[in-house]
Design a protein around this ligand. Sequence first.
Ligand code: SF4
Length: 381
Amino acid sequence: MGAMDRRGFLDTCAKGCMAAGIAPMLSRVPDVPPMAMGAVGNVSNVPARYFKPLENQEIKCLLCPRHCQIRPGERGLCGVRENVDGVYVTKVYGKPAAIHGDPMEKGPFFHFLPATKTLALGTAGCNLTCMYCQSWQFAQRRPEQTDNESLPPDELVAQVRKYGLRSITFTYSEPMVAVEYLADTAKAAHAAGIKMAMHTSASCNPGPLKDICGLMDAVNIDLKSYSRSFYDDVVGCKIDTILENTKLVAGSDVWLELTFLAVPGYNTDPAVFKLMCQWIAITLGDQVPLHISRFFPAYRLRNVPATSTDTLKDLRKIAYDTGLRYVYLGNMAGDPSESTYCPKCGMMVVRRVGYEVSNTGLDLRSGKCTKCGMKIPGQWT
Ligand code: SF4
């Protein structure tokens, strides 16, 4: 179904749904053909931001708490920011290593522009070293090791308009290490009336994050655990950074959702998970959606089995018992836990089966449950 067809489809749905008193949402999202072919070694040399020049042409990066001190000819740990004879450059500006037309639900974003497709992309590189990285093929590689397309911000936006999409999402790897590309794309997108989203670990410094928050419409943050040692030993950063940055985003105008990837035996201790849920409810609010996602063996944890259905359901129950109102299970296509239920009357207001989404009881204009009038938070249209 093409973009124009979708409009017609929605119009048709609108007539039927209006008769039933429910505004339309449902659709299968349109296909987006592959973009231009990428090439290994296709990297940029665009001036980077967030750094401090030091003596002897050294550079201190101020983008994330690692504060890499980089000598000429070297890069920081993320592998995408280089000191070229005293000039700090990014190697991934306009060079996505992965780009797809994804359902917004894949983000995952369940309360933001549902049943639409987003242009989702990610570059090589990450400033974390998660042992269980689910996208290690480019997140844990340098851009010289990945196939990169050439899509500067204006061309990216042109593609989005061409296919009638409503948003761009930086995801797959860590968007903040490509902050220059992210920021310039967001400015170009907003100038064209296109929404911006990102999925991040929030493992950056607060200054750059504040700047980016001012350019985003929706952010999904990975909360990987509530354990200090898990962040130290398995992820490679400090939990305090993540919690403070998550508070920062929650206090901004950006729509926030959270993702917890449940790695069996590593971060699935019920007591620790309960502490994390309590922190979310008290600090961020019980209305923030939490996606509990299934782990699959990858990268350095290939010997760990996929998360069992029982574990995921147990964690979801803990989250609900703690008071969170919107808790979803990810990578569980067809499970009732994918759908949204009104916390007041219990009616299913949005039904999801994989990436098929239908409106079963939500007034899209007001965002209210059509049965009891409870406001369901989100940006629904
Ligand atoms: S963003 Fe990269 S180069 Fe900068 S401090 Fe972090 S890991 Fe180092």
